[in-house]
Ligand binder design. Sequence first.
Ligand SMILES: Cc1ncc(C[n+]2csc(CCOP(=O)(O)OP(=O)(O)O)c2C)c(N)n1
Ligand code: SF4
Ligand SMILES: [Mg+2]
Length: 306
Amino acid sequence: MKQNPCIKDHLIPTSHLLGSGTATCSGCGALADIKLFYEILGEKTVFVNAAGCMTLLTVYPFTPFSGSWIYTAMASAPAGAQGVRDALDLLVQKGRIPAEENLQVVVLTGDGSAYGMGLSATSGAMERGLDFIYICYDNEGYGNTGHQFSAATPHAAATATSKGMSGHQGYKKDLFSIWAAHKPSYLATVSGADPQDMVRKIKKAKDLSGPRMFIALAPCPTGWHFDASQTVAIGKMAIKTGIWPLKEYENETVTHSRIPKAKDKRPLVDEYLKMQGRFAHLFAGERNDKLLAEIQNRVDAYWQDI
Ligand SMILES: Cc1ncc(C[n+]2csc(CCOP(=O)(O)OP(=O)(O)O)c2C)c(N)n1
Ligand code: SF4
Ligand SMILES: [Mg+2]
């Protein structure tokens, strides 16, 4: 059976076509995030993936991963992970596989699953103390089906289902706080635009057990409407403006691993929004000062006491 080359060596963030049956767009931020996770977690992993863009990485019989991969319905990845974990534990216990061949179970879903359809299954898995890693690559919409809004879509963004001059009416759900309320072993936000911070957090999680949860910002050229060359620049601006806080939850304590400059010294969120076509309506013709001020105020309020 022909296998695509190992993701570790051959997938680069700007890959357009990874091989027969496996494709993502040029400049895909999610792919860059996953590549980094895979480099650290390695091939002794089972990825349990809910339907989304990354599902197209592995289309039977082709895969760029050298570990294992299972595909589930959007709502079910953490439940699937429980089954895989239980099966592995039994196999080791009965001596059917040696302990050194045990695998790390990794849930990989988009925000549509993590913030929405899969939240109940995730809650249950954390409550049961499931020994797994969860990676949510957050491209802030239903990317795979044409970028409709999800519960992670930011206020005012244009999506396939949020048109008009004020864009998306809803607000991005605070998934970090919802997950933290379950007291997992570890929880962090990360960004491929700050690989140093991300690598440190993945390595820390790898050495722990129990539920270890990640939310990774995944700039999406296709859904956010920007040139594929801008993925890292947009990720960096998200951190600098403070709109994407890099933080960790451990032992019931939240700490920020990067703190942006003081309010009057850091770039306005405008600098981040202007880089993306999904916010172009806020700047076209007459600038939408009211909405822009609302977005800025929410970011400033977040950092006020930190
Ligand atoms: C219950 C259900 N509804 C709708 C779909 C169709 N569908 C497949 S992928 C997808 C989008 C998933 O969004 P997200 O989890 O954010 O991943 P992304 O596509 O952005 O990578 C949808 C709606 C589905 N597979 N299952
Ligand atoms: S739509 Fe976005 S998240 Fe999906 S493959 Fe393309 S760039 Fe990546
Ligand atoms: Mg998504």
